[in-house]
Design a protein around this ligand. Structure first.
Ligand code: PLP
Length: 387
């Protein structure tokens, strides 16, 4: 056996192992498991997007290697979408980069800017990729705790000055996975001031800006003056158009950072399939009724789950965006224990908050990725457990 590299040995233990094992065991016994664990839309990709893929896939011109940085047509479409959606001007050539899903770009970014021993500021709880890929690049993470008291926003004033001076990058993510929290202009302004003062590059993960409810429209970090001088923003078609399997996203913003990320990518991958980029154009420029429909569906599910949870004294906040409910659990349980209890007693899969970082202890994350009827069924089952 070849000995694995230290970076793999440093990975935290796979937290979902026990849940996956238990889930498989229950399903083998014929238990009807309700999966609120994974953030993967259950709704299909809209038809007009599939049709465009069909058409583009038949064109031999699309069968060769794509351009490393993305098709000009797709990058132009992204720039137009940014103008329409956020009022932000982008140069399609130097300020837009096509990604094979936003995870791919986020994961490669530290390879462009983190040297061994460099520090990245990483929220906790958070999407695990920020921390892991910093580690893969040889860097260290300084964790910024997110708590209910600070609205699940990092308190930049609490970062010690020597840490801030040493930091090379800061990751932020709003609307937020796993907490469902949102950020406004005043927070982004603070981030830009901080980035300027300490020379830190900002990476804003904006995968969920289109998954928002009650008419709320999350803003782009790039709408705030000065943002483009200090950072980039990641977007994804995955959640907006139910395209997680298609692998299409993009990074936009600071030309130097976009170029650095592009340089890493050109040595690792060979770009996103052109036919998928054509389908992406159909998604971003086609009828947006499908987005409104998606928002309506998740809003109904969210309301059903929050209503049900409150009836059993689990007082989760109402997320204005994302398809995650960040639910505080009774104090006598650890989040892993509570997750196991829900699975064993009610056949419901949830994700323990501690899996996203220690400050996530005391919560479980529930994804709104099953129908409203199944959510109501999940709540009925939870009611029967004596917490
Ligand atoms: C916060 C966040 N960022 C990025 C991603 C990655 O999305 P994709 O690679 O499908 O674009 C996810 C997926 O769950 C996510 O939750």
């Amino acid at each position: 056996m070849i000995d694995r590299a230290d970076r793999l040995k440093r990975l935290p233990p796979y937290l979902f192992q026990e849940i996956d094992r238990l889930k498989a065991e229950l399903m083998a016994q014929g238990v009807d498991v309700i999966n609120l664990g994974v953030g993967d839309p259950d709704l299909p990709t809209p038809k007009h997007i599939i049709e465009e893929l069909n058409k583009a896939a038949r064109d031999p011109a699309n069968h060769q290697y794509p351009s490393y940085s993305g098709m000009n047509d797709f990058k132009g479409c992204v720039a137009r979408w940014y103008r329409r959606r956020f009022g932000v001007e982008l140069d399609a050539d130097s300020e837009v980069l096509t990604l094979i899903g936003s995870k791919e770009g986020i994961a490669h970014l530290p390879l462009a800017f983190i040297n061994p021993g460099d520090l990245a500021l990483v929220p906790s709880p958070a999407y695990p990729v920020y921390h892991i890929t910093t580690m893969f690049a040889g860097g260290e993470s300084y964790f910024m705790p997110l708590s209910r008291e600070n609205g699940f926003l990092p308190d930049l004033g609490k970062i010690p000055a020597d840490i801030a001076r040493k930091a090379k990058m800061i990751f932020i993510n709003y609307p937020n996975n796993p907490t469902g929290a949102t950020a406004e202009r005043d927070f982004f302004l603070k981030v830009i001031d901080f980035a300027r003062e300490y020379g830190v590059a900002v990476c804003h993960d904006a995968a969920y800006t289109e998954m928002a409810f009650d008419g709320y429209r999350p803003m782009s970090f790039l709408e705030v003056p000065g943002a483009k001088e200090v950072g980039i923003e990641f977007h994804s078609l995955s959640k907006t158009y139910n395209m997680t399997g298609w692998r299409l996203g993009f990074a936009v913003g600071n030309a130097g950072m976009i170029n650095g990320l592009g340089q890493v990518k050109s040595n690792i991958d060979s770009g996103a399939f052109n036919a998928v980029q054509f389908a992406g154009i159909a998604a971003l420029e086609g009828d947006q009724c499908c987005v409104a429909e998606m928002q309506g569906i998740y809003q109904e599910r969210r309301d059903a789950l929050i209503r049900g949870l409150r009836r059993i004294n689990l007082n989760a906040g109402l997320p204005k965006a994302t398809f995650y409910v960040w639910c505080p659990i009774p104090g006598k349980y650890k989040s892993r224990e509570f997750t196991t209890l829900l699975l064993r007693e009610a056949g419901i899969v949830t994700t323990p908050g501690s899996g996203f970082g220690e400050p996530g202890e005391g919560y479980v994350r529930m994804a709104l990725t099953v129908s409203k009827e199944r959510i109501e069924e999940a709540v009925r089952r939870m009611q029967k457990i004596a917490f």
